[in-house]
Structure formats: structure tokens, C-alpha cells
Design a protein around this ligand. Structure first.
Ligand code: FES
Ligand SMILES: [Fe+2]
Length: 401
């Protein structure tokens, strides 16, 4: 198979609404713009909270922190099989109702005064009910949040009346991924932490490969860059609504170490080897059908990054905590291994991924402290950093800048 040259240099020029010049750094550090982002973006959009496979039968639940909003929710499958999300707050006097991370219950009982709620959130019983002469149990329930599913991804919206449905929110970007076997990735792994950086820098760190030959010189340099792509150019970048996808280039000629090759073949996934696939891909994955393709990095604006290849997908979710602090949650989803070789290959893929991701995170705190001085007024985005430029453009649009 011959090497194809990586993508052209005129990605930005395809979008006349975007200029190609420097951009202001204000949105990456100014506290007043951060507050505006919370109001106009994060309080309005849909947020991913978990997968439907976590809730297979009635009564199964998980509790999910929403770090940006500083409260947790209970997501539970009801007796009617519908998945609902409730604020984890007891209407009696506000205590958290559920303290476990996940499990299966027939009802939720608050540990403070034992008010009990059924799986649909209704108040079912109150100790010494006679002491509440005006209480009408049928009018009291856990506060329900809007919860909808797209391809098994459960999202919530904290507005009383969301201004768009989840289907409208995922839009063309979501429709173009229809058909990927997301639900078969039931074996999962997670990394998370608080990073002293702006949420947008974390998103950006996964959305360009211009840094690959340098920052990843000890890990993925030979597979996502290489002699035929010395500058780590992307295969393609596509903008869809507020979302966007970067298709990452792969070297087909690089010969990895024997153990890497063995692991990649066993797991059918790797970030250090190009793994051929016969799987039929949805339209929006490797949309140009490039031969030299490794993974797609899709951002659902604002803070959900889905990294997808045929053998595995993982999500990064950025929860802003302040202009210079972000909770970062990374979750990977694999098909359960069917034998020891697959298991070994998957563990190897996870370890390589962890190392590369830590390399990505390495620069963020230093960037943040420099930008927070206010002395660096502008950034310069490469043509293949289009995803970053588009994020800047989209945030400015929401903020009215
Ligand atoms: S706060 Fe929950 S029962 Fe009192
Ligand atoms: Fe990277």
C-alpha cells in the first residue's frame, strides 16, 4: 500500500467566516468571560453523564458529579425501563439522597430522616407523616433533570426548558456517527484529575497533531507523523454546527517494536501501530476514506471530546471549575476481551494511551500561568489547528464578542 501525502494546507480557507490571522487570548483567562461562558454556554448545553450499558435493568443507578455546577445527580432506570436523572438532593431539607457510586435499588432512602423515593423520583413514604399536616406526598418528588440518549450516550440538560433537544444538539455531527458499535464497548477504564488550566486548553490539546513530532517524540511520533508527514498534518478537519472532527493521519510504513505489533494485533486497537480494519465505518468516521488514517477526534461543543477508531473509543470530558482550573475525566470503552491475548493487547493499548495523554497534559499548566498574566495578547493558529480556531470562534459567538 502506498503512502498518501497528508491533507492540504487550505483547511481554514474553506470557511470564509474564519479569518486566518492571530486571535485574542482574552477568553482563555479573563474571569468575567469565564462567568459569561458558564451562563451562556455550560448552563445551556447538554452534558454527557454516562452510558446506557451502565443501567441494564430496572433499579440500576449511578451517581454522577457535575463538577461545574457543584452538585450530583442520580441516573436510574425506572420500572418502566425509562432512564431518568434526578438532582441528588432530598426535598425535605436538601441532604444528598444517594451516597453510593452505583448499584441497584428498589427505592432511594435519604440517610438523614429516611424520606423514601421510588425509582421514578416520587416521594413514597415519610416517617411520622402526621407531623406534616400540610404535606401532600403526591406533590413532592426528587427534582428531575432533562435526560436524553443519543447512541447510548446519556446526556442531561440543567435548564428547566432546554432550548434544543439532544438530537438537535448533536445535529449533523451525531447523525454522521450513527452506526458505530458504541454499545459493544462495555469494558471500560477511567483516568481523571483536576488540572490547573482553562477548559479550552484541555480540549485543544487533543484536537491538533502539529505537536506530535515534538511533544510525543517518545510515543506516537512515528505513527501519527513520520518521514511522509514530518509536520504531523491532519488528514482532514470538518466543522459541523458548533462541533468539529479532526481525522488523524497514520503511517502505514512504520514498523513498531515486536511487542507493540503483537499487542496491536491481539487487541485490534493501538495508537502506536496502524491497525487495518474491515469494519464498515459510519459516514462521519474517516470521512475522506483516507488510507492513512489512525483515529478521529470529534468534539461535541463545548467540552466532550470523543476519540474513535475501529477497535476502541474513548471520551475526554472537561468540566470547568474556574478560568484556570478544570476537572478532566477520561473514559475508555473496549469490547470485552475474549481471551488472554486480547486482554494483554488491550492493557498494552491503555498503557500507551495513558502515556501519550500525560504528555498532552504536560504543557497545560505552564501555558495557563503565562496566559493568565494578560501579557500575551494573541495566539497564532496553524492551518491544521483549525479545530482550535473554530472553538475560539464558537466561544466568541456565544459570548457576543
Ligand atoms: S433531608 Fe432527607 S429526609 Fe431529611
Ligand atoms: Fe497529543
Amino acid at each position: 500500500m502506498g503512502q498518501k501525502q497528508p491533507g492540504d494546507t487550505n483547511l481554514t480557507a474553506r470557511h470564509p467566516e474564519l479569518h486566518a490571522g492571530p486571535v485574542s487570548t482574552d477568553i482563555y483567562w479573563k474571569p468575567e468571560l469565564y462567568e459569561l461562558e458558564l451562563e451562556r454556554i455550560f448552563k445551556k448545553t447538554w452534558h454527557y453523564v454516562g452510558r446506557e450499558e451502565q443501567l441494564l435493568s430496572a433499579g440500576e443507578f449511578f451517581v454522577k458529579e457535575l463538577p461545574t455546577f457543584d452538585f450530583s445527580i442520580i441516573v436510574v432506570r425506572g420500572r418502566d425501563k425509562k432512564v431518568r436523572a434526578f438532582m441528588n438532593a432530598c426535598p425535605h431539607r436538601g441532604n444528598q439522597v444517594e451516597l453510593a457510586e452505583c448499584g441497584k435499588r428498589s427505592a432511594f432512602t435519604c440517610k438523614f430522616h429516611a424520606w423514601k423515593y421510588d425509582l421514578e423520583g416520587r416521594l413514597a413514604s415519610v416517617p411520622d407523616e402526621g407531623g406534616f399536616p400540610l404535606l401532600d406526598k403526591s406533590e413532592v418528588s426528587l427534582k428531575e433533570l432533562h435526560c436524553e440518549s443519543w447512541q447510548g450516550f446519556l446526556f442531561v440538560n440543567i435548564q428547566d426548558r432546554p432550548n434544543q433537544t439532544l438530537k438537535e444538539y448533536v445535529g449533523e455531527q451525531g447523525a454522521d456517527l450513527d452506526g458505530y458499535p458504541f454499545s459493544s464497548g462495555t469494558s471500560r477504564f477511567q483516568f481523571s484529575g483536576v488540572v490547573k488550566t482553562n477548559w479550552k486548553f484541555l480540549v485543544d490539546s487533543f484536537c491538533e497533531t502539529y505537536h506530535v513530532p515534538f511533544l510525543h517524540s517518545r510515543s506516537i511520533r512515528h505513527t501519527m507523523a513520520g518521514p511522509d508527514n514530518p509536520h504531523g498534518r491532519a488528514v482532514d478537519v470538518r466543522l459541523k454546527g458548533d462541533h468539529r472532527t479532526t481525522s488523524v493521519w497514520a503511517s502505514l510504513d512504520y514498523d513498531p517494536q515486536p511487542v507493540q505489533k503483537l499487542a496491536a494485533n491481539a487487541a485490534a486497537t493501538s495508537i502506536t501501530s496502524a491497525v487495518a480494519t474491515t469494519q464498515e465505518l459510519p459516514k462521519g468516521l474517516n470521512q475522506t476514506r483516507a488510507e492513512n488514517w489512525a483515529i478521529d477526534v470529534t468534539v461535541f461543543f463545548p467540552g466532550l471530546v470523543c476519540v474513535i477508531n475501529p477497535g476502541m473509543y474513548f471520551t475526554h470530558q472537561m468540566w470547568p471549575l474556574g478560568p484556570d482550573r478544570t476537572k478532566w475525566e477520561m473514559t475508555g470503552y473496549l469490547r470485552p476481551a475474549t481471551n488472554a491475548a486480547e486482554r494483554f493487547g488491550q492493557e498494552h493499548a491503555i498503557a500507551e494511551l495513558r502515556d501519550a495523554v500525560l504528555e498532552d497534559a504536560n504543557t497545560l499548566e505552564r501555558m495557563t500561568s503565562n496566559i493568565a498574566t494578560g501579557l500575551i495578547k494573541e495566539f497564532h493558529f496553524h492551518d491544521h489547528e483549525l479545530s482550535l480556531r473554530y472553538q475560539h470562534h464558537t466561544v466568541c459567538k456565544y459570548l457576543g464578542l
